[in-house]
Design a protein around this ligand. Sequence first.
Ligand SMILES: *Cc1c(COP(=O)(O)O)cnc(C)c1O
Length: 356
Amino acid sequence: MSEITLELSEKKSEVDLPENLLFGRVFTEHLFEVDYDESKGGWHNPKIKKFSNLNISPAAMVFHYGQSIFEGLKAYKQQNGDFVLFRPDKNIERLNRSARKMCIPEVSPELVLNAMKELVKIDRDWMPGKPGHALYIRPVMFASEPSLGVRPSDTYKLIIMLSPVGPYYPEGFKPVPILVTDEYVRAVRKGIGDCKTAGNYAASILAQREAKKLGYSQVLWLDGIEQKYLEEVGTMNIFVQFKNEVATPMLTGSILPGVTRMSVIQILRDWGYTVNERMISIEEVSNAYMTGDLIEIFGTGTAAVISSISKLKFNDQMMIFNENEAGELGTRLYNELASIHEGKIPDRYGWNVLID
Ligand SMILES: *Cc1c(COP(=O)(O)O)cnc(C)c1O
């Protein structure tokens, strides 16, 4: 694979970040782009260039059949001024896993890692300085061939863009109300629920909009077959703290294997908690709530890191946790992860990858 060609803008633009950075609205000055064409030797011509609109055919297969995958991770600024990526190897691995399942050609992990590091270095002035802030890294890979046939595309593009982001909850670590839905399902086993692919998110927005209308910030998804077992909460993995264990849905194939999920499992075990990856039915949650065996519920994901759940509405039952305040375990986990990201405590797992 050739080196990354740099086509940087001649004059750096002024970085003027708004006080309240809404998630994913502001983009930095440059992006990384690489193309795939079998006849040109596969992935070729990697470059970092000015962020600009794409020139792409309206017949590009991605618009019609959704052959498209993405990733999401963050670069953080540490206390000592260092810039780090959080477990990028895991996201790159997952990108190629999603690629295999969506018939998109895999890309060299070294190229993607170098591209992310170079891009963050070049647009480093866009890194917000404040705690809880970061540069969100969004790789997206999609079918670019102009053709209306339903089959894998012959050509693809991988683009990596950066977006400066503030804390997910600008008002502070606020717990959110969640609606359990059995009206809609997000994914089914043997489908594509375990891939970060466009269709899963398209399939989720109607349910999310309806939950919002009723005053909930997200839906809790149950399994696609029986609508009985917990799967995910919005676009986050879910953890349930019972009296004697912390449980999270096992990866059955319809659940996205989150990097935050994986990290939280490891931290909890090190703290001495029993963590089980298993099937958790909504009935079990509801019963445990009534007997007092349910302590708290939280979501995990790169964007929010930890999202504490204040209320869970299931049919006619309204479960309220910790008097609507953020739960203790979720808060402790958030602080631990944020401290690792920001270099306030030693990186005992070697999760941070230095950008030098
Ligand atoms: C990205 C994502 C997650 C969280 O994954 P992280 O790697 O922790 O960010 C969970 N569920 C869904 C559906 C997702 O898209």
